[in-house]
Design a protein around this ligand. Sequence first.
Ligand SMILES: CSC[C@H]1O[C@H](OP(=O)(O)O)[C@H](O)[C@@H]1O
Length: 339
Amino acid sequence: MRTIDWNEESNSVVLVDQTLLPQEYRVIECKTLSSLCEAIQSLRIRGAPALGAAGGFGIALAASLSSAKDIESIMRDLKVAAKALKSTRPTAVNLSWGVDRVLNAVSDAFDVQGIRDIALQEARDIAEEDVETNKLIGKHGAKLLKDGDTVLTHCNAGRLACVDWGTALGVVRSAIADGKEIKVLACETRPLNQGSRITTWELMQDKIPVTLIADSMAGWAMRQGLVNSVLVGADRITQDVVFNKIGTYTHSVLAREHEIPFYVAAPISTFDFKGWEGSIKIEMRNPDELRFAGCEQIAPKDVPVYNPAFDATPMENVTALITERGVFYPPILLDEVLV
Ligand SMILES: CSC[C@H]1O[C@H](OP(=O)(O)O)[C@H](O)[C@@H]1O
């Protein structure tokens, strides 16, 4: 089962509910746009490339559900759906990229059914391409890892952050497929613990050696010589910074201090050629994500909380950007990546 897909029988979006991992692996169906938007906002589906596919399938779902009888009416419905999908999570560029790619694809349709068919096909193409893209990212990135390396990861940039294979963990998978022994030091990634809940689960499923550490242990692990490189995903890459899960910037500063390579693995669809650090909204999430661990209260209910979901790592802290088009060494001109 891929992380997200289309169910032909029920004309719905099916996805792995990642909020239940590692205790339960459950596939849920989103038959309405509101249920898909809730799934995105609650991180049942999460990860930049997976959000790109969710954006595309969201437009296909809206087209399938629309009762419009003419092109003007269904396009109005799709624009409302696009706004709702984009408003769920602002930082990862892939979500709006997936929505806009399907909206653009349907603009040439001749009738309502044509719009429905093209929307679904384009959404499926996004999903298929993501898997191929990740395999290419893996192929290029694997060359940067040496046999016996230990890679420190943050959050989850594996197959559950994508349609399949993964970006950062895709590089690990590809290096292992090339015959290299690679170990992973997975940071738990407070407050939602994508690392301890999802990355460790995903790697243990594949029998890839993984050790869990608290985020605060990363620096000491580097100083102890336990880390050969840091390898993370990305939610948006601009000319000057890499937006990724909160805590990534800290790892980049520590890696620089310890002269450890800091690699970012991401598809070209994560590049934002118009943005820069100050122009992108950082998603601020519910303060209770820090006051509670699951149902257990771990802080005073009324303690003020600062809970940004992402940070921005300056390009000067990045050793290399690993994409499906090859490895790029900053400083780069973003249009180098496009050619
Ligand atoms: C392969 S990109 C994954 C990227 O997305 C994660 O954020 P979230 O779990 O909030 O969707 C995190 O930033 C990962 O690096």
